[in-house]
Design a protein around this ligand. Structure first.
Ligand SMILES: NC(=O)c1ccc[n+]([C@@H]2O[C@H](COP(=O)([O-])OP(=O)(O)OC[C@H]3O[C@@H](n4cnc5c(N)ncnc54)[C@H](O)[C@@H]3O)[C@@H](O)[C@H]2O)c1
Length: 438
């Protein structure tokens, strides 16, 4: 009897340890709601669903441990489920302390058997503890959204770097960091900049960020976009999407840029282009999407209208100079409405900061629509299959293989019921020759 009791105790201690080890989420009782929302998103993600079904049969990731540092949302959950179906052991942590959907994190643990370390609103220490937990598991493939995992892998965990087959990167800011590492000779692992795939940035950065950023600002503030002066800072892939969606809702859009070609493009697309020192005086709503720091800086805040709304949809919370803003502020009033803090400036005016200056579409809304993430994450999943299939990729920033791009686009078109023409043999010859002229 004593033996049975001690065995039972050992089993329950083991279970407790396993439970402790395989998650750190806010509340497991939210799992059913998270699971429902994951399945709803799955309905809108036919390409990834098809890949998951194929992966379940072919198991291209069998036996590989994969650590993913991504925004923990229902769409990400469907990527993680596809990777698991492919045979990978998956561990996930958040790529932003405010973007985690706690119900999704709980569902990943309870329904999908995916180890998840991610809590909405976690502090900096917890955020990095979660990243370390994922790296402590010694993953062979990593995925990042902003290169935080890869950065740790090159510093604290440098001894482990050679075990990593490759890492995938989801966003522009992460790719900028990786290319800087490659340039400085600091890169220790092969990386695949999924962000740079056409099937990603042409759609996700433009249409996804465009729609979800405006949606988040409206959700947080309830403003009428029509007639508002919206200042879009940066006219890259994301900026173009944000500007066109704001314009579509009737906003009067101003663009600020530092790149003359993109500034020209914004002007020819019909937007007013000016310096931030001018735009600061005119804007009702400011949206930064540059990947750069301090693009709204000390000299701009005092110029702003009373009631101006400040938001950032770039990756890090460095685009609006929050340190400078605090110095100019007499009093910060937190949570005047959900996700909105009022900064009462010493000059007597008040400006409102959304989502603490972090990615507004993830802090004040649920990120991109699932249809958009379907393509980004299908590309991620197929890149994972690609890196797993070949040994010894060169240590460098690789391009996403063209056949993966074409596979994703073809699957997406098929899911939308769109059929396109193909080149005839004669056309192929014509397009590849130089002898035939007028
Ligand atoms: N919110 C989201 O869901 C989401 C999605 C994708 C990418 N991102 C992030 O958004 C940021 C922008 O991504 P992108 O793909 O549009 O990059 P991009 O490189 O295409 O565009 C950035 C633009 O900002 C401009 N810029 C840089 N500094 C500036 C300054 N001081 N003032 C005005 N303009 C300036 C650049 O000239 C460039 O045209 C990145 O941080 C990226 O990681 C966010």
């Amino acid at each position: 009897m004593a033996l049975v009791k001690s065995r039972r105790k050992a089993i329950s201690t083991l279970r407790a340890k396993r439970t402790l080890k395989n998650h750190d989420v806010a509340d497991l009782s939210l799992a059913a709601e998270g699971h429902r929302r994951i399945l709803w998103a799955d309905q809108q993600m036919p390409v990834l669903r098809g890949i998951r079904e194929k992966f379940a049969k072919t198991k291209p990731l069998r036996g590989l441990r994969l650590g993913a540092c991504l925004h923990i949302t229902c769409e990400t959950a469907n990527l993680l489920r596809a990777l698991k179906a492919g045979g990978a052991e998956v561990l996930a942590c958040a790529s932003n302390p405010l973007s985690t959907q706690d119900d999704v994190a709980a569902a990943l643990v309870e329904y999908d058997g995916i180890a998840c370390y991610s809590i909405h609103g976690e502090d900096r220490d917890t955020y990095y503890r979660h990243l370390r937990t994922v790296l402590d598991s010694r993953p062979r493939i990593t995925m990042d959204d902003g290169a935080d995992l890869v950065s740790l892998l090159h510093t604290e965990y440098a001894a482990q770097a050679e075990e990593v087959v490759a890492s995938m990167e989801e966003t522009t800011t992460g790719v900028i960091r990786l290319r800087a590492m490659e340039r400085d000779g600091a890169l220790k692992i092969p990386v695949v900049p999924v962000n740079d795939a056409e099937t990603k940035h042409l759609f996700d950065n433009r249409y996804g960020t465009g729609q979800s950023t405006i949606e988040a600002i409206v959700r947080a503030t309830g403003i009428l976009v029509a007639g508002s002066v919206v200042v879009v800072v940066g006219y890259g892939w994301c900026g173009r999407g944000v500007a066109s969606r704001a314009h579509g809702l009737g906003a009067n859009v101003i663009v600020t840029e530092v790149d003359p070609i993109r500034a020209l493009q914004a002007s020819m697309d019909g937007f007013r282009v000016m310096r931030m020192s001018e735009a600061a005086k005119a804007g009702d709503v400011f949206i930064t999407v540059t990947g750069d720091k301090q693009v709204i800086a000390a000299e701009h805040f005092n110029l702003m209208k009373d009631g101006a709304i400040l938001s950032n949809s770039g990756h890090f919370d460095v685009e609006i100079d929050l340190g400078a803003l605090r110095k100019l502020t007499r009093k910060v009033e937190k949570g005047v409405t959900r996700n909105v803090d009022a900064y009462h400036l010493r000059n007597g005016k008040t400006v409102y900061l959304l989502g603490q200056g972090r990615l507004v579409n993830l802090t004040c809304a649920e990120g991109h629509p699932a249809q958009v993430m379907d393509m980004s994450f299908a590309t991620q999943a197929l890149c994972a299959r690609w890196v797993a299939s070949a040994k010894n990729h060169e240590i460098k920033v690789h391009d996403v293989p063209r056949d993966i791009e074409e596979e994703v686009a073809t699957l997406k078109l098929a899911s939308m019921g769109i059929r396109i023409d193909s080149l005839s043999a004669e056309q192929k010859h014509y397009l590849s020759s130089w002898q035939t002229g007028t």
